[in-house]
Write a protein that binds this ligand. Structure first.
Ligand code: SF4
Ligand code: SF4
Length: 204
């Protein structure tokens, strides 16, 4: 039998005194490194429901669901298919709406469809055709960000006025004519184009 070398004996004695190098996880917490990309979480105060993160997610782990009936938009994250690439956080409009935390203990055995986290915002509809324009929170964010430049966009002017209490929130859908007078309404891009073009060419 080979005799143990001095170095190996030294290591064995050190290990006896110091204890094992391995962590006791999952029996004791073992925090991840600060730069670790773990579970994705929304910040409800900072997210405006713009949907930019949904567009850039390469794994389709983010989903945007507009419920016309309740007037709510949900941004849903399915962490069972997330690849933790960080694209959503890097491209978030507000830079703080979605974050990758250091949480890595995400194992589960059932209810795959329940492994989600979500955020809910309020939809704004075109007052002419009823199409979804975006969310109220998104328009308010843009108006604030643009400052005086927001006064070049009718939707943002109206949202600013609503915040100042000068007008009530976006009106219900109604049959409004595509005329210049309708410009000062919340309109989708298609209806606003029609309002401008029809007025310009004198169409009725
Ligand atoms: S970390 Fe990557 S895969 Fe996961 S939700 Fe964000 S963009 Fe999608
Ligand atoms: S604000 Fe950020 S987290 Fe919220 S929907 Fe837009 S990109 Fe996604």
């Amino acid at each position: 039998m080979k005799k143990p070398k001095l170095r190996e004996l030294g290591e064995a004695i050190k290990a006896l005194i110091k204890g094992p190098y391995t962590t006791k996880f999952p029996f004791a917490p073992s925090p991840a490194a600060p730069a670790y990309r773990g579970k994705v979480e929304f910040d409800d105060k900072e997210c405006v429901g713009c949907g930019a993160c949904v567009e850039v997610c390469p794994a389709k782990a983010l989903e945007m669901v507009d419920d016309i009936k309740s007037g709510k938009r949900q941004i849903i994250h399915h962490y069972d298919i997330c690849i933790f690439c960080g694209q959503c956080q890097a491209n978030c409009l507000t830079k703080k709406g979605i974050n990758l935390t250091q949480e890595y203990d995400l194992a589960f055995l059932k209810d795959r469809d329940k492994q989600i986290t979500s955020v809910e915002k309020n939809l704004v509809f075109c007052e002419c055709c009823g199409e979804v324009v975006t969310t109220i929170e998104h328009l308010r964010y843009l108006a604030k960000k643009l400052g005086p430049l927001a006064y070049s966009n009718a939707n943002l002017i109206l949202i600013n006025q609503e915040e100042l209490g000068l007008i009530e929130g976006p009106a219900e859908k109604e049959e409004i004519p595509h005329k210049r007078a309708s410009l000062m309404r919340i309109l989708c891009a298609k209806c606003r184009r029609q309002v401008v073009i029809k007025e310009e060419w004198g169409e009725k």
